[in-house]
Ligand binder design. Structure first.
Ligand SMILES: Nc1nc2c(c(=O)[nH]1)N[C@H]1C(S)=C(S)[C@@H](COP(=O)(O)O)O[C@H]1N2
Ligand SMILES: [Mo]
Length: 434
């Protein structure tokens, strides 16, 4: 073993013990621990009743961040993905996106739904309309699957006031925090549609939520029959209120707006309903007036979460570059990482499990020499579709770089390769629009 390998080994072994001692946001190689012993036994504190719902350590402080300058009629929170380990988003940190609550003069809290009185109606072009309680739903055969959700506005380069997505100071939470990934439990929708005897000539469903503004969305029947679920479980417990308690539609790999929360009605129909979600707002508009319509599937995307914007490298030496990749079209096949601004690329290692339409953790060992560097990651999905650069997206939209500085128009599905710039002093900044 040469000296480099030896120090790397010490890092890997020593890391968990010393990580807690590092200042928040600082990442790097811990000092050698030879000749030292672990700290004394920590002080005991009286703790909460053992019967209560647990809490994390009081020393952990990462949290969701309220959406600033998003559409005023939307309310939500971004996920602190730069602090997340593995691929499952802790339920209390899952991003949130709710429409129209302020328009209706409603509080921002999710609707307070009693599961014993909540019902899901399945009707329309069916032989036997059905009214299901949560208990009824739980009597159907269930599946549990890992899937991400992502708002089509995630990473979108608009800059309403207070929005830092275009600034050098943006963190991964700012640029990519409107996506999260959970282990969902529920019933395949085709099973329920067979039970009601859905007509063979039906081509769409319309799904509606139970909240006062009654968000609704049309979903093509082909997608429904492929992999849609009605879920009631999230990471081993009931779907939490913000995510749609007691049940939500889950449309894996499609933009989040399809996954209707607080699901109370599914109507089997033969055309899309052309509500706001399909007509006026969600198509991605080009400056020349043309729009991409019915673009539901999330393209291949990735982001390095460590090191990422706002973090500070402790000094030259060994780092594990780590990030998340995902694709609405299936599994992530490959993630490449560049540490020299795109001149050369290396294959990152994909950590198990690599699930379909799920966040996938990638890692790459890296020796930082202390010079300026730009880190990039590029995802390829199982169909061999490759994550585009910003310039490739510009071509599709027929825009130049000035467009990004001024536009407040929604350019949804923005999945450009994200560059993080590392200064010689070790600070990490957003280099996408700066
Ligand atoms: N009933 C209902 N469902 C909804 C919404 C909503 O406002 N009401 N927002 C949609 C949008 S735009 C997104 S991105 C996802 C967000 O899901 P989450 O809040 O669980 O992250 O839910 C979708 N489902
Ligand atoms: Mo969304």
């Amino acid at each position: 073993m040469n000296r480099k390998q030896a120090s790397r080994r010490r890092f890997l072994i020593g890391a968990p013990a010393v990580a807690a001692g590092l200042a928040a946001g600082v990442i790097g190689v811990p000092p050698t621990a030879s000749g030292q012993s672990p700290d004394a036994v920590p002080p005991e504190r009286s703790s909460k009743s053992r019967n209560s719902y647990g809490e994390r350590s009081r020393f952990e402080s990462y949290s969701q961040r309220r959406l600033a300058g998003h559409q005023t009629r939307d309310y939500g929170f971004r996920n602190p993905m730069q602090d997340q380990l593995g691929i499952i988003t802790p339920v209390p940190l899952h991003y949130i996106l709710d429409h129209d609550r302020s328009l209706e003069g409603l509080p921002n809290d999710p609707p307070d739904i009693d599961p014993t009185t909540h019902r899901l109606l399945i009707h329309g072009m069916v032989d036997r309309p059905l009214m299901l309680s949560l208990d009824d739903l739980k009597r159907f055969p269930s599946v549990t699957r890992i899937h991400f959700l992502e708002c089509n506005a995630n990473s979108r380069p608009t800059s309403q006031s207070g929005d830092v997505r275009r600034s050098a100071a943006a963190t991964a939470q700012d640029t990519h925090g409107l996506t999260s990934c959970s282990y969902w439990t529920g019933v395949p929708l085709p099973v329920l549609l067979e039970k009601v005897g859905a007509s063979k000539s039906a081509t769409w469903i319309m799904a509606e939520g139970a909240e006062v503004p009654k968000h609704f969305k049309s979903v093509p029947m082909e997608k429904v029959m492929d992999d849609c679920l009605v879920v009631y479980g999230q990471n081993g417990e009931a779907v939490r209120p913000e995510q749609g308690y007691p049940m939500r539609l889950l449309v894996p790999g499609y933009e989040g707006i399809n996954s209707v929360k607080w699901l109370r009605r599914i109507k089997v129909v033969d055309e899309p309903y052309m509500g706001r979600a399909e007509s006026t707002e969600y198509p991605s508009l080009r400056p020349d007036g043309k729009a991409r319509w019915f673009q539901f599937e999330i393209g291949p995307k990735s982001v390095i979460t460590r090191p990422s914007g706002g973090q500070q490298l402790a000094g030259p030496g060994f780092y594990e570059i780590s990030g998340l990749a995902w694709a609405g079209g299936g599994k992530v096949r490959r993630v490449e990482v560049s540490t020299d601004g795109g001149k050369t690329w290396k294959d990152a290692q994909l950590q198990d499990p690599v699930a379909s339409k799920a966040h996938t953790r990638f890692v790459l060992p890296w020796e930082w020499n202390g010079e300026e560097a730009t880190l990039l990651s590029r995802c390829t999905d199982e169909r061999n579709t490759v994550q585009p650069t910003k310039d490739e997206i510009s071509k599709i939209y027929n825009v130049d770089d000035n467009y990004y500085k001024t536009t407040n128009v929604g350019m949804g599905h923005f999945n450009a390769i994200q560059p993080w710039k590392i200064s010689s002093g070790g600070s990490v900044t957003n280099a996408l629009f700066t």
